[in-house]
Structures are given as structure tokens and as C-alpha cells.
Design a protein around this ligand. Sequence first.
Ligand code: AOF
Ligand code: ZN
Length: 375
Amino acid sequence: SIMKLAADSTLSQDYFWMGQAINLARKGRFTTSPNPNVGCVIVDDKQACVGSGYHLKAGAPHAEVHALEQAAEKAHGATAYVTLEPCSHFGKTPPCADALINAGIKKVVIAMTDPNPLVSGNGIAKLQQAGIEVVSDVMAAQAAELNKGFIKRMVQGKPFITVKLAVSLDGKVALANGKSQWITGPEARSDVHRHRAQSCAVLTGSGTVINDDPSLLVRPEEAKIQQYPLPNVRQPVRVVIDSKGVIPVDSQLLNDSHTTVIATTNQALQLDGNEIMRLPAYNEKVCLATLVNELGKRQMNHVWVEAGPGLAGALLQAGLVDELIVYQAPLILGDKAVSMMTLPDFSDLSQAYSLTLAQSRQVGSDTKMTFSVKA
Ligand code: AOF
Ligand code: ZN
């Protein structure tokens, strides 16, 4: 009950401070990859915050280091709240567990263990061996939500894949004649830009490039992100699946100042100024599973897919989709229009893909639905 929660002050304090640490961690969401988002708050025995920080960029100091620097001697005897188990390894920076120990921290509250096999429990063990009390699993689900991509790559070596669809009320993505621009409203389009900005890669197919000639870049003025302009906001890598190598050489995404990766089975394809990723074929097209593994090897945590019904359906059938984000506009396009996914003709309802609705909210005049997809 509420009374019980209020009486159990340590528990409510832990939730309060971890909530603050998670909010801080979120500030790094446009910049930390391939590293995770991590926040840290240091609290003294009078429940005053004496230091806080978050991880901004791979190679730069970890969250704990910023918070300890701010706390200085006040860290002695204090409690540190960290959204991820403090690291125990020498990476681009020295171990945070050592920094916490050396600063005289008395207690460390952690949201979740670090899935990085180099750390994974070693950070907690190191702290405990130094006599520090460690409490774990405080707001674990909220912390994990922040690092879905990092966690998946650490555990499975592959990126987390989100497929985005903009559909009408009747689940259509384009008219029969191919016209599809602006099914959803400006607020939904801004939201898409914010997702792109948090992704390591934006994946599309040759059909989308041929039909729409998109740039697939994050346009800060459309994303409406408060932190923009940040010096180190990075554009996601654009990846185009072009199995046969047929996209026009004058396509926008081949001719701007950012590099595009073309995934192809065409051994002869040459493109100046962009990267060609030659992949094995599967049913005469790029093998999607190999592509996804390759993106994992390139340290991509989160891949955002903006593609037509063919690629979206193929990824779903290959069991490669982790999440589906559908923006549904209050428009009815009719049964001659193009459906959102190309899938085989099912004869039994048991063959249908069954998703789990994780979140639903209104974005402008559209509805945004987030579904998790079971592998
Ligand atoms: C922490 N606090 O703020 C972060 C952690 O190459 P490095 O030195 O930056 O280490 C990267 C690894 O450290 C990363 O894979 C993850 O396991 C952990 N990230 N750990 O204690 C932080 N960003
Ligand atoms: Zn660290």
C-alpha cells in the first residue's frame, strides 16, 4: 500500500534517485552508441544530491566519473545510483568500480547488470570485495528499455531491429498508383526523425529509393530535439538493400556528404564515394540474416527500418524484427491500395503473426503503436 511504501523510506528513496539517474542517462541517447546510455547520481546521508552525470560519447568519461568529479570529497560515505553495473574492465577508460572504491563510496544501487561479457557481474563483485554494499535490480525494466539495442548486441551479437510503418486506418501504405507521401501528419514525421537520430543505422530497400528518392538523414529542424544542435550528434549510417544493384546513381543518398552502404549480391557493382557490402544471396536476394549479423559486427546497437511492404514482410518472415512501430493515420485508402506487408497467403489463423502491444499514444492526429515481436 501507499502507507507501506512511504514507511519503507529506503525503497522510495531508491526509486526516486534511480529515476533521476535514468533521466540523466536519456540525455545521451543521441550520441553514446556503440556504448550504452548510463546515468549516475551520488547522494549523501542527508539525502542531498552531491554529484550527477551521464555518459555522452564512446571514449569520453563514463557516468560515474562525471558524478564523482562533481561530488569530490563529498563522495566519501555517500551512495551512488547507477543505471548500469559499474564497469570493471580497462576499455577506452579505466574501471568505474575502482573509481567508486577509491572515492570512498559506501553503497552502490544498480538498475541492472552490464550485459557486456567483459563486465557482467565482475563490477558488482569488485565493489563487494571492497566492502561496498550493492543493491541491484532497482527499476531494471526502465533501465533496460533505454538500452534495448546495446543489450541485444551484447547478448546475441546482433542489433535490435525496429520496423516503422506509416499506415492508413485500413492498413494501407500507398495508393495503387504508388502515391504515398504524407499519409501521417507532421508530428508523426518529427517523431520518426527523433527515432532515426537515436538509431545506429537506417535500413531501406531499393524500391523505396527508386520511388521516393529519400535522404534518410536526420533533419534537426524536423526532429525538434531540444539538445540540437549538439557538437557530436551523429547521422545514422544509411543502409540500402539493393540485391541486384539497380538504384539510380543520381539518388539523393548516394550524392550528399554522408556515406551510404549498399548491400548487394551484385559482384560487379561499383559506386564512387559510397560503400558496397557484398553479401551472399538467399532466394536470389541479399541474405537478410547475414546482413543483420554483419551490422552487429559493425557495433550497431539499434537499426531503424523505413521500407516498403516487400522488405518489411521479408524481415518479419525471417524472424529478424524485434519491434514494430506503426503510425496510423485517420485515412481510408480503400482495398485497391497497397497493404503494409507482403506476406504469403495464409490458410489458417494460426499462421498469422501475433504481436504484443507495448505502448499506444496519440501523436498529432495519428496513433502511434509500439508492438514487440516474439522471435
Ligand atoms: C559504466 N558507466 O557510463 C558506461 C559503461 O570503452 P569504454 O571504456 O567506454 O567502455 C565501454 C563499456 O563500458 C561498454 O561496453 C559497457 O560495458 C560499459 N559502459 N559502464 O560503468 C558508463 N557507458
Ligand atoms: Zn565505467
